[in-house]
Design a protein around this ligand. Sequence first.
Ligand SMILES: [Fe+2]
Length: 184
Amino acid sequence: MFEHHISNCLRPLTKPSIEGLRQALLKLNATYDELAPYIQSSSEKPYYRKLLFQSKHVELLLMNWSGLDCAPHDHGNSYGWIQVIAGNVSNQLFKVQSNELPELFVEKYYKQGKTFFAPKKSVHRMEGNKGLLTLHLYAPPISGMKVYDLKKCAACVVSDDCGAWWPEDQKQRLKVIQLNEAPE
Ligand SMILES: [Fe+2]
């Protein structure tokens, strides 16, 4: 039933605008109770990642957080809206120049029920307590996401099934790029 509702809301989207994408997420109006059946243990990763819907134009992902921070990352060539279903989240935004380590420049906080935008090519990191639940609607489906490891001073283009962390599995590491420290 809920899956039909998701499909009815998202299937008609074709190259949605930023506002069109936001409206679709609002129309979904997903509740905690509707999403709870899809939650699973995140097994030592920052979150358990459940793909709820994917078309050529959009994808809907549910993320159930374990209390660990994710790594700074972009979303390839996609933009998206993120809705806080349960808990509170900190969204840290980074400045990044090619082949340099990203630098944190602002941190914003969002409470349960709030929705915020992730622009194309922006780099961010999210953190929240265990039990944080977030719903993410991206256009187009994310491909070529870049994950940063600030300690390794490196970036990694990851496979489409990988979340925002440095992949342990070699197959999920599509390309590793050594970065320079940002100049003082
Ligand atoms: Fe993200």
